[in-house]
Design a protein around this ligand. Structure first.
Ligand SMILES: C[S@@+](CC[C@H](N)C(=O)[O-])C[C@H]1O[C@@H](n2cnc3c(N)ncnc32)[C@H](O)[C@@H]1O
Length: 256
């Protein structure tokens, strides 16, 4: 089921799950999913031809985005998909979780969801975890498969600039009973970033590695076209206000 999520990434996210929300809010940061929520609320309405009343979050992690959408839209049908059982277990325990259907699945296969969604998304590097352009195409096809005709698929991808800026060096965060240390290296010819992650929690030290990659614009456009998704917009995005537009924010539409 998780063949397209690198074997090392799954234990990483399972282990991160209990501290993920605290890490996202460390040093008074706004959790990434809430930056996405703000942007989505502004942009979905502009891009959609028909009202959006259902949304599926692919790579939902601990569920912050679908839970924020549930708070904002009492009448929306919401679902979250992730490969990590640990992230989903945490999501399912959060206040409001009963409003969201949680599903453990890989993005690289057709998703077993029968009722189509008006919109879906994959955020915070979820698609950068995919190993190659073929896997990207499979994930986009899976997304298209759960959209109604004309439905929207929005996603962010860290781009070459983002890897240059954010995938070199060492960062550390800490909170109540935990410390997270991430050392990153960027390999431009390979178009990959590698991270050595050390999690210290309640006196136990665990180590993980993670590889992410960036895709060229033409790889993304080809994968979208092959999946039956038309590009609505592709814009540079600087999610961290003081930094560079190291992400590209894509909105695509399922062909009718
Ligand atoms: C960086 S986290 C982002 C979580 C959430 N979207 C957020 O904004 O906080 C990436 C998530 O994508 C999930 N993921 C990555 N590749 C996946 C795949 N191929 N299938 C399903 N889930 C995947 C991971 O388990 C993890 O929860």
């Amino acid at each position: 089921m998780t063949s397209m999520l690198a074997a090392t990434a799954l234990p990483l996210y399972d282990a991160l799950a209990p501290i993920y929300d605290a890490w996202q809010a460390a040093d008074d940061a706004t959790p990434f999913a809430l930056l996405v929520h703000d942007k989505l609320e502004r942009e979905l309405g502009r891009a959609a031809r028909a009202p959006v009343r259902s949304f599926l979050d692919l790579g939902c992690g601990t569920g912050a985005l679908p839970l924020a959408l549930a708070r904002a839209h009492a009448d929306w049908r919401l679902a979250g998909v992730d490969a990590s059982a640990g992230m989903l277990a945490h999501a399912a325990r959060r206040p409001g979780a009963e409003r969201v259907a949680w599903l453990r699945a890989s993005l690289a296969r057709p998703l077993p969801l029968r009722v189509p969604f008006d919109a879906a998304g994959a955020f915070y590097d979820t698609l950068n975890h995919l190993p190659d352009a073929g896997a990207l195409q499979a994930a986009l096809a899976a997304a298209a498969g759960v959209l109604r005709p004309g439905g929207l698929f929005a996603f962010d991808l860290t781009n070459a600039l983002g890897f240059e800026r954010w995938w070199r060096g060492r960062n550390q965060w800490h909170g109540d009973g935990w410390r997270l240390t991430v050392a990153t290296r960027y390999d431009p010819p390979a178009r990959t970033g590698s991270a050595d992650v050390m999690l210290e929690r309640d006196g136990v030290v665990s180590r993980f590695s993670l590889v992410e990659r960036w895709f060229t614009d033409s790889e993304v456009r080809q994968a979208l076209a092959a999946a039956g998704l038309r590009v609505h917009s592709a814009e540079p995005w600087s999610p961290f206000a003081i930094d560079a537009p190291g992400k590209t924010w894509w909105i695509s539409t399922k062909s009718t």
